[in-house]
Design a protein around this ligand. Structure first.
Ligand code: FCB
Length: 467
């Protein structure tokens, strides 16, 4: 029988990100980020032209939102700090009003007995830094080090865990490869330079955390892909290897093993010579992590394209004629069997276990934290005023079960953060996709617990999965 009980020490939390919930885009000295620019670009880069201008108005409603966390009984809250709110322009002067907002948020969490887990970068690069070259430019990593020193200096001793980056895969490949995320550039070589400078930014900021606040925990959050081949052919196996290199080992390699994988460099040699990696960089990136953050939603099925049959390009990362899979444009991504979430993502809990087991095997001694997992569905407010989101409950139950399975196999997973606390601005999909366990009425900003929130509260209280 599979173990389904989580110990008292298992950390239960919920996650959000600044641009997705805060709003107040021009208030109290906040500067523009690449997501402000991108979402305001017409014709719409985002569904319905939605922007994060108001979002869930968390900037003004944060005390109530923290009350919801407390009522849910959560031990931790993962939020992100908006770089352009605390350091408009991305270099030099810090904005006291911006720092103050996060100081109050952190204090509010501590007062409620909730552990603050702060992400330094959840995709909202100050626009000025993009104008100066963005992540493909090395200087952006140095600016990030300066920003990290400012926020760790201001909040360091009160933040339990610092997470340098959220999903650098998305920042690099969707931002600079396929262009479905801000800043919307489609330059393959720039995407790989962005990979490296994000990794470098992680290493530099990680060292800042170690120096300024040795008692805080250090982490990074990666969206690792579980990549499977359509057949057992050698060509499909090679497609899996190449996608695994771009998706996973481009980050795990330097961060955990201190080096880029040789096959990644060889596979992408026609795109770039990687001369932006300077001597000493890889060593710097490999700053020891207290926990590795893992985000998981769905799995990936690939085949080597035969050069003539119709292609599916069903990688779940949005529609663009430009592939985010730099140097592997000839790999095809196949649709998978359903059911699917409202994102069109397949539901595959065993792949989650598989991912965690692989990490446990390849990186023994590295504790893991699930920093995001959750699902969007077309929620309806029923006549009884409630949101009966049974499919979300089922999704969460099965994925948390997958975490329990991995733990039973000896994988050191320390906690789980559901994505997301609130419905919010889902990037290119705007407000059309709802991931919250708490519903947000965007006309009134009223919060309403979905059935999944009630279900999650019971799980958190008992550590026991039902069903
Ligand atoms: C992740 C992001 C998060 C949210 C979820 C659905 O890629 O980190 O902000 O959009 O997907």
């Amino acid at each position: 029988m599979t173990a389904r009980n989580f110990p008292e020490s298992f950390l239960w939390g919920s996650a959000t990100a600044a641009y997705q919930i805060e709003g107040a885009a021009t208030e109290d000295g906040r500067g523009p980020s690449i997501w402000d620019t991108y979402s305001h670009t017409t014709p719409g880069r985002t569904l319905n032209g939605d922007t994060g201008d108001v979002a869930a108005d968390h900037y003004h409603r944060w005390p109530q939102d923290l009350d919801h966390l407390a009522e849910l009984g959560l031990g931790a809250y993962r939020f992100s700090i908006s770089w352009p709110r605390v350091q408009p322009g991305g270099s030099g002067r810090f904005n006291p009003a911006g720092l103050d907002f996060y100081a109050r948020l952190v204090d509010g969490l501590l007062e409620r007995g909730i552990r603050p887990v702060a992400t330094m970068y959840h995709w909202d690069l100050p626009q000025e830094l993009e104008d100066a070259g963005g992540w493909p430019a090395r200087d952006t990593a140095l600016r990030f080090e300066e920003y990290a020193a400012g926020i760790v200096g201001a909040l360091g001793d009160r933040v339990h865990t610092w997470t340098t980056l959220n999903e650098p895969w998305c920042s690099a490949y969707l931002g600079y490869g396929s262009g479905v995320h801000a800043p919307g550039r489609t330059e393959p070589a720039a995407a790989l330079a962005a990979v490296h400078h994000l990794n470098l930014a992680h290493g530099l900021a990680g060292r800042v955390v170690r120096e300024l606040t040795p008692s805080a925990e250090l982490s990074v959050t990666l969206n690792l892909h579980v990549v499977r081949g359509a057949s057992g052919s050698a060509a499909d196996a090679d497609a899996v290897r190449r996608i695994d290199a771009l998706a996973n080992r481009a980050f795990l390699g330097p961060m955990l093993d201190g080096a880029y994988p040789a096959d990644l460099l060889a596979d992408t040699a026609a795109v770039t010579d990687w001369s932006f990696v300077r001597p000493g960089d890889e060593k710097l990136i490999a700053v020891p992590l207290d926990v590795l953050g893992v985000n998981y939603y769905s799995s990936t099925l690939v085949r080597a394209w035969d050069g003539h049959s119709a292609r599916s390009a069903a990688d779940g990362h949005g529609a663009s004629v430009h592939s985010p899979w730099v140097g592997a444009e000839d790999v095809d991504f196949l649709p998978q069997p359903g059911p699917y979430t409202a994102m069109g993502w397949n539901i595959d809990p065993p792949a989650f276990t598989e991912l965690l087991v692989r990490l446990g095997r390849d990186h023994p001694g590295q504790p893991l934290m699930i920093t995001e997992n959750g699902a969007a569905f077309d929620d309806v407010v029923s006549a009884d005023g409630r949101i009966h989101d049974d499919r979300r409950i089922d999704y969460l139950r099965r994925h948390i079960g997958a975490v329990a399975d991995a733990r039973a196999l000896g994988v050191d997973v320390r906690g789980y953060f559901v994505w997301s606390l609130l419905d919010n601005f889902e990037w290119g999909y705007g407000y059309d996709r709802r991931f919250g366990i708490i519903h947000v009425d965007y006309d009134t900003q009223e919060r309403r617990w979905k059935d999944s929130a009630h279900w999650y509260r019971r799980l958190v209280a008992t550590g026991q999965l039902d069903g």
